[in-house]
Design a protein around this ligand. Structure first.
Ligand code: CP
Length: 308
């Protein structure tokens, strides 16, 4: 089985069959991750490069681990120590890496649409590891995978996405993926951080947290992106926590077997209570583990390896 496209750029345009194929393949990859020796020769001879213009712990590391577990060769370009510092353009940088024989470029970039742009100019597969405020499709896929793991099926699930929706590429990828798979999606946050046009994507928009959480099966809390808040969109982190933070009392409005999620990194005590972040109903660490399986599935499906 192969994916329809040779790039992973967004979940908006990804056919539902491809979403399904990635999630099912990730299920098989979990078996490899449960082995004592997590190494298969599947992608021997293939090479991937991570090119991150923004900070990352989870995404970059899990792609690199996924590639190593499958025996692909990995290279990492650190913008701080590369020729990007000398003014080299994105396209020249990408073409330089490609000239060395790289099969896949995994890129995070602050500009929305940059991964689409790159995919039109290189022959390597391009994976969007987060582009500006647009999408973070592999995070969306690992979130879907985690929800399915706990709830069996996404169809009919009530999923509340709480927080800084405006700046969140994770929110957009979650919304596209969840709506495709038949979930009821609610989003909530301050009016300044929730674009009203999201209703056109088929989600319910709230400006108070409580009605969005009430009866939810899954509560996915998003990071307050303090680095993108130059316009004074909320008074202070303390006030945000008071009115919009997900704490134990607010989470009590959800279903009794609620699943709590957060893509990380967390601002503990701001958008999420520190005690609930580590509670048994929290899947936050499992999301990280699942990120490796989902990214192994993507590498396998795009780089076409031998049997795992
Ligand atoms: N969730 C996520 O993208 O985390 P990183 O910024 O650490 O990659």
């Amino acid at each position: 089985m192969r994916l329809a496209a040779r790039h992973i750029l967004d979940l908006e345009s990804m056919p539902v069959e491809d979403v399904r194929l990635i999630l099912d393949t990730a299920d098989s990859m979990q078996e490899i991750l449960s082995r004592e020796i997590k190494k298969v020769p599947t992608l021997r001879g293939k090479s991937v490069c991570t090119l991150f213009y923004e900070a990352s712990t989870r995404t970059r590391t899990s792609f690199e681990m996924a590639a190593k577990y499958m025996s692909a060769d990995t290279t990492s370009i650190a913008t701080a120590t590369s020729a990007i510092q000398k003014g080299e353009t994105l396209l020249d940088t990408a073409r330089t890496i490609e000239a060395m024989g790289v099969d896949m470029l995994i890129m995070r970039h602050p500009v929305s649409g940059s991964c689409h742009f790159l995919s039109r100019h290189v022959s390597a597969s391009v994976i969007n590891a987060g582009d500006g405020m647009h999408e973070h499709p592999t995070q969306g896929l690992l979130d879907l995978f985690t929800m399915e793991q706990h709830k069996g099926s996404i169809a009919g699930l009530k999923v509340a996405i709480i927080g800084d929706i405006l700046h969140s590429r994770v929110a957009r990828s979650n919304i596209w993926g969840l709506v495709k798979l038949g979930a009821e999606v609610r989003v909530a946050g301050p009016a300044t951080l929730v674009p009203p046009e999201l209703e056109h994507l088929g989600v319910k928009v709230y400006h108070r947290v409580e009605p969005a959480i009430t009866g939810a099966d899954v509560v996915n809390v998003l990071r307050l992106q303090l680095e993108r808040q130059q316009r004074g969109l909320f008074p202070s982190a303390r006030e945000y926590a008071r009115y919009f933070g997900v704490n134990r009392a607010r989470l009590g409005l959800a279903g009794t077997d609620v699943l709590l999620m957060h893509p990380g990194p967390m601002n503990r005590g701001v958008e999420i209570g520190s005690d609930i972040a580590d509670a048994p109903f929290s899947a936050i660490r499992q999301q990280v583990t699942n990120g490796v399986a989902v990214r192994m599935a993507i590498l396998y499906l795009l780089l076409g390896g031998a049997e795992a």
